[in-house]
Write a protein that binds this ligand. Sequence first.
Ligand code: GNR
Ligand code: NI
Length: 174
Amino acid sequence: MAVLPIITAPDPRLKVKCEPVAAVEKTIARLMDDMLETMYLAPGIGLAAPQVGVTKRVLVVDVSSKDGPREPIRMANPETVWRSDALTVYEEGCLSLPEQYAEVERPEKIRFRYLDEKGVLQEREAEGLLATCIQHEMDHLDGIIFVDHISALKRRMILRKLAKLKKHQALAAD
Ligand code: GNR
Ligand code: NI
């Protein structure tokens, strides 16, 4: 397993529509494991392949509590097959927009399909934080980040704060 560098905004690689995986081969299963290791270290509750520079439709999530056992989910070619009319709001963050947060409204429940790490088609339902996280990750596969769901004013504020943070970090590292 390996920890991969995470790309931060603004970066054109975060705006790409990712390609479906032809088959879940060993290289894809290994990518999923590397993404999980990267996500746990960060720490985060989800990670999409474009965040580590791979423009493929692959994502991982784990919203289990810190004390309990890990509950990783590895997905290739995920698709939403149903969304609830009911919406919910979460304060979202993103490893590609470090230290930035905003409330985002999304469907409260979803039904989704994906190929697991063995290439087996799975269909599941999710709600609450898991549903929000999966939708956030699926967005990444279409080049969408959470600030694309908020007002232009809030988006500009967050991107400006992030640019400032990155500048200070670059100076401190010098
Ligand atoms: O770690 C993460 N936390 C989070 C919190 C609320 C909604 C979505 C997320 S996903 C984020 C990790 C990440 O950037 N995944 O792409
Ligand atoms: Ni993210």
